[in-house]
Ligand binder design. Sequence first.
Ligand SMILES: NC(=O)c1ccc[n+]([C@@H]2O[C@H](COP(=O)([O-])OP(=O)(O)OC[C@H]3O[C@@H](n4cnc5c(N)ncnc54)[C@H](O)[C@@H]3O)[C@@H](O)[C@H]2O)c1
Length: 345
Amino acid sequence: MTFDIVEKDRPLRAVVVGAGYIGGEWAPELLAHPGTELVGWVDVVEERARAAAGKLGLDDLPVSTSLTSLLDGQEPDFIVNCTVPQAHHDVTVTALRRGVSVLSEKPMAVTLEEARSMVAAADKARRLFAVNQNRRFMASLVAFRRTVAELGALGLMTSEFFMPYRGPAFLGTLEHPLLQDMAIHLFDAARAVSGADPVSVYCESFRPEWTWYPGACSATAIFEMTGGLRYTFSGSWSAPGQATSWTGSWRASGAHGTVRWDGDNDPTTEAAEGRVLKQYAREADPYTGRRGRFTGLAEGLEEFVTGLRTGRAPQGDCHDNIWSLAMVTAALESARTGTRVPIVT
Ligand SMILES: NC(=O)c1ccc[n+]([C@@H]2O[C@H](COP(=O)([O-])OP(=O)(O)OC[C@H]3O[C@@H](n4cnc5c(N)ncnc54)[C@H](O)[C@@H]3O)[C@@H](O)[C@H]2O)c1
């Protein structure tokens, strides 16, 4: 499906929805981008939006608890949905139905049914709806992806995520805190790096009896991907010692050799006998002047703005990103039923 581009000769008008942690990271991006203008901030707790705007010296910025009244009053071209996952569906669909495009934080939604109705709402409104998976823009992930592309046909890709993490309180309220909160970052990275889409999954999600989590904080999953690739994920929020990076620790093996990546630094390679593998390294940060920025937001905004102006879909376009959510929801279903689950969107 296609979306309509914005042809008006002025910066794109944007409203941030959600004035918590990540909303506070997105607003400076809208201020820094030469092609966007921040025209309002919504939060169910008005004082949060007012305080967040004040922190950026924007005391006169329109703020509201009502998304619809701010949309009607400010007529933005897009919103940045920085609300909690449970609110993603309602906020996004409300904007799309008013003809406003949406750039959303991950995950797209909580359930696949919600996500499908959001994609349908975007198609019906002919508006751009994308989810920013910020890690796709990490320089070391890009180097890993490029190097993996040198391997020829892939056989097996593995990722391990081990963290002794006590995290925010909401993690303790989830039945499967690792799968429901964190895993989508690695599942989406697996799709980005391999270029393959998921076919089916078998997953176990469980709770070691000594953990500090009430829920299943550890999981292991085997995904069949298109092209016959198998991708495995093992991880735990409750793993004292030898922590991996926040993007895990990876290995990909293919016809022409093996690539390993620690999730932070340049990948390392070993070629199959008689082969030479090209090894990519991290490129310099194009936003070096912006210290302390949250990696992947400026890049994601740039792709989204380009999309709205040219019609070229960004990486996080909803029709593609829904596959990453489908990996999570199918893994959860497999963990609950003890069966291998086909992955469809
Ligand atoms: N990409 C990343 O690495 C990354 C990092 C942090 C958070 N996130 C994602 O960003 C989203 C927000 O996370 P956070 O840490 O900023 O949460 P948060 O709890 O700090 O902030 C969420 C804000 O949304 C507001 N809110 C809730 N429902 C709303 C609604 N219906 N309308 C308007 N405002 C509403 C809350 O009042 C709160 O101020 C989550 O989906 C999370 O997964 C992504």
